[in-house]
Each structure stands twice: as structure tokens, then as C-alpha cells.
Design a protein around this ligand. Structure first.
Ligand SMILES: NC(=O)c1ccc[n+]([C@@H]2O[C@H](COP(=O)([O-])OP(=O)(O)OC[C@H]3O[C@@H](n4cnc5c(N)ncnc54)[C@H](O)[C@@H]3O)[C@@H](O)[C@H]2O)c1
Length: 420
């Protein structure tokens, strides 16, 4: 990310310049606690004498059965019920242990384990099927969250729900900050998937270059996301291509400054306003105008008219020294996710936020290799910087998974930021 208003690179992503100091390595490796299941096995001969080929668990069943039957004889009553209990116990243990077919339970009694009947479909799966299939043509009918479920030969199969899936191909999308970094990767992925994408950025060098490279699948509209007029023009450009279905906000800036610096100077208030103005208010500006455009779309099968994805940062939760403005802006983006999703639920627009960790965008690419390696070393797993396409793939999944809504997803390799 670059700093606001200038082309210099005093900037901070989730990690300000101070955080180049590694966060301390996490315990790598991790044990693969496979654990074997054979401990505690009681070998030895079964009291009733095991027949050749009978499994160990069948022998255990035999022992339990023998015990039960001995007690039954001693009691001398409820013989029938006791016999039934004995048979059930043997059946259960024999099934659990494998395929034993015949077990001698005691000297006086033989219990035959019958072959299992063909497995039946799980009742819960049946319920899922009947409710979903019955209501599939009615978008207003409440649906279960699971993907479609089918039952074939007793096996429950899960498959993508065409109802819940909002396809990329043919969709019209808008990506702010689309000329660089995470936004650019998202533009490329969406365009590669067959979407028509409007690149919304104030960078009038990289934006047109990307537009030219992608050809008719992309259109660049020079935009300052803080300007209502600019953003409206970009959205109008998108709606001319068809109904705007996807709006992704990646435009953002960072700046590191302490609330009170070492010389005792207070944080520049204009700087604070600028960062919050672009990252938070600019994001909301795009969100509100995109929602207004999406509201005019015909609903899809699931009643969905569009999806909005905003970009916060793990600094929203783990803000470091010097990140007051950046964290305030990103915490705002994260915090408004749920209320906006609720606001827009009535018209079928989903709202999600991605909170990236340390991503390998042009900002970090400018760092010396040692600093980049230091950043990567602080990430528990995988020990690498996030790739812009990691973000783009998550954005694609959010678009396609119609049940994701009102949530912030961290994309950070389990990184938790230290104070500095
Ligand atoms: N890179 C990271 O490690 C990281 C981590 C967490 C969050 N983020 C967030 O992800 C987003 C993308 O970051 P990036 O690393 O790809 O940065 P980047 O600098 O590569 O891209 C940001 C883009 O936003 C554009 N932009 C900035 N202000 C704008 C404005 N007012 N109007 C229109 N366009 C504007 C820039 O021109 C640029 O093309 C940002 O919101 C950033 O805060 C980045």
C-alpha cells in the first residue's frame, strides 16, 4: 500500500515499519499425533473357546455374552429379556470389530450374528432432501444451510448447490484499488473466470495498463473512492455492462504515526482524517452506492441480488504502536460488516470482509529481502507472506458461497501481531 496523497511509500499494512522485527517464531513442526487405537487390547483365549477365523472383537463379544448369560441363568427369571440383551451386546461388539459370523457364547447357547441388512439412508439426510427439494422453486422459503444433499445406495453425497452458488462467469464486478496489489489480483482472477470487471482506482498509469492487458473483460474508471460523484460514475460504468453483482473494495492507504511521538508532538489530525477518510469512509461510500445499484438486480435463485466484499486488516484487531489511524479505519470496516449485512438482508445483498495479514503486494515488495524474510518468519504457518492471489481466491469463494454473510475472515497464516 502506498501512503495517501503522494507516491512515496511511507506506509504500513498490518505491520508498520517497526514490526519488521520478527514476532518470535511459533513452534514449527507440530506433532502429528496419529495415535494408535490398539492400546488396551485384551488378548487371551475366550472362555468359550474361539473358533478359528473369529476376530478378536468377536472373542470379546463372546466373553461379554458368556458373562451376561451366566448371570441370566443365576437369576433364573426374565430369561427372554436377558437373552435379547445378550444377543444385542454380542451383535454390537461383533459389528464394531469386523465381520465375525458365528460366535459361541457359552457352553449351552449359540448366538448367530446375522448379516447386516443393506444400510439405510441417514434420516437427517432425508429430511434435508425433502425440505430443500420441496422448496427449491420458492426463493422465500427458508432453506437449510447445507449444500444440496443426495442419497444414493445408502451413501450421503454433498454437492455444490446451484441455488447457493453465485457464478463468476458472466457477472459484472467492480474492484476498487484494482490497479495494484490485492485488488489487481482480484481483477485478474475475476476476469479470468469470465466476469467483466471495472477497475476502480485513482492510479491512472497502472489502471489503464491493466485494462489494456485484459482487453474487453476489463474497464478502467479513474476514481477517488472518497468522492460520491467519482464512485457513482464507476458504478454507472459497471451497470452499463449489465447488472452489478459483485463489489470488492481494496483501495486503501496506511501511515505509521504515534499518538504522541518521542518529541512530544501530537498525531497530525489531518493525517488521521485522511486515512480514515479513504479506508473507512471511502469503503462505505462504495458499499452504499453499490448496494443501491444491486438493489435493482433481479434476484437469483437464492434471492441474492449481489455481494459486497470489503477489506480490513488484522490491524483491526491487533493494532501496533503507530497504527492508531490505520487500526481505527480498519476496525471500522470490520465493525460495520454485520450491521450493513443486516441492513441489506431484506434485499438479498451479502456483505463480507476479509482481514489480511502480511501480504506480498508492491508495498512489501519494496522491502529488502532480509526484512521480507523477517516478516515471513513471524507467521506461524505457512511461513511465507500472503500472496495477492490468496486474497483473490478467498474473494472468489465468498462470491460463490451464498451462505457466507455478515462475517470478517482473517487471512493471515495464524499471525497475531505483537505491540511493535
Ligand atoms: N498488503 C498488505 O499486507 C495488507 C494487509 C492488510 C490489509 N491490506 C489492505 O488491503 C488493501 C489493498 O492493499 P495493497 O497492499 O494491495 O495496496 P496497494 O498499494 O498495492 O493497492 C492499493 C490501491 O488502492 C488505490 N487507492 C488508494 N487510495 C485510493 C483512493 N482514494 N481512491 C481510489 N483508489 C485508491 C491505490 O492507487 C492502489 O492502486 C488496502 O485496503 C490495505 O489496507 C493490505
Amino acid at each position: 500500500m502506498r501512503e495517501p496523497g503522494t507516491s512515496s511509500s511511507v506506509a504500513c499494512g498490518p505491520i508498520g515499519p517497526r514490526s519488521m522485527v520478527g514476532a518470535g517464531s511459533a513452534a514449527g513442526g507440530g506433532d502429528a499425533g496419529g495415535g494408535d487405537a490398539s492400546a488396551g487390547d485384551a488378548d487371551g483365549d475366550a472362555a468359550a473357546g474361539d473358533a478359528a477365523g473369529v476376530s478378536r472383537s468377536s472373542a470379546a463379544a463372546t466373553r461379554v455374552g458368556a458373562t451376561l448369560c451366566t448371570r441370566t441363568r443365576r437369576l433364573g427369571r426374565f430369561d427372554f429379556l436377558a437373552f435379547a440383551a445378550c444377543a444385542c451386546a454380542c451383535l454390537f461388539l461383533a459389528i464394531a470389530g469386523g465381520a465375525a459370523t458365528r460366535t459361541q457364547a457359552s457352553a449351552s447357547m449359540t448366538v448367530r450374528i446375522m448379516p447386516l441388512p443393506k444400510a439405510k439412508a441417514m434420516p437427517t439426510a432425508k429430511r434435508v432432501l425433502s425440505r430443500n427439494s420441496a422448496g427449491s422453486s420458492d426463493a422465500r422459503r427458508p432453506r437449510l444451510g447445507a449444500a444440496d444433499t443426495s442419497v444414493s445406495s445408502g451413501v450421503v453425497c454433498m454437492r455444490d448447490s446451484s441455488e447457493a452458488k453465485m457464478k463468476i462467469e458472466g457477472a459484472v464486478a467492480l474492484v476498487t484499488g484494482g490497479a495494484s496489489g490485492l485488488g489487481e489480483a482480484t481483477v485478474r482472477r475475476l476476469a479470468g473466470g469470465g466476469a467483466r470487471v471495472v477497475i476502480v482506482d485513482r492510479d491512472d498509469k497502472r489502471g489503464p495498463a491493466l485494462e489494456k492487458e485484459l482487453g474487453e473483460r476489463a474497464r478502467f474508471v479513474k476514481t477517488d473512492v472518497t468522492s460520491p460523484d467519482d464512485v457513482q460514475k464507476a458504478i454507472d460504468a459497471a451497470t452499463q455492462l449489465g447488472g452489478l453483482r459483485v463489489a470488492i473494495s481494496c483501495a486503501g492507504v496506511g501511515w505509521a504515526a504515534r499518538t504522541l511521538n518521542k518529541e512530544g508532538q501530537a498525531h497530525d489530525l489531518e493525517l488521521f482524517k485522511t486515512v480514515v477518510g479513504i479506508n473507512l469512509i471511502g469503503t462505505f461510500n462504495v458499499t452504499r452506492l453499490a448496494a443501491a445499484a444491486m438493489a435493482k438486480n433481479a434476484p437469483g435463485d437464492d434471492g441474492e441480488r449481489g455481494v459486497i466484499i470489503n477489506t480490513a486488516s488484522i490491524a483491526a484487531f491487533d493494532g501496533q504502536i503507530g497504527q492508531a489511524a490505520y487500526t481505527a479505519s480498519k476496525a471500522g470496516v470490520a465493525g460495520m460488516t454485520l450491521p450493513i449485512a443486516r441492513d441489506l438482508s431484506a434485499i438479498g445483498i451479502r456483505v463480507m470482509t476479509i482481514a489480511p495479514g502480511t501480504m506480498d503486494t508492491p508495498m512489501l515488495a519494496a522491502l529488502p529481502e532480509a526484512a521480507r524474510q523477517g516478516l515471513a518468519a513471524g507467521i506461524p504457518f505457512p511461513k511465507r507472506l500472503g500472496a495477492p492471489d490468496d486474497y483473490a481466491r478467498l474473494a472468489q469463494h465468498i462470491v460463490e458461497n451464498g451462505y457466507l454473510n455478515g462475517e470478517v475472515i482473517r487471512l493471515d497464516g495464524a499471525l497475531r501481531m505483537p505491540p511493535k
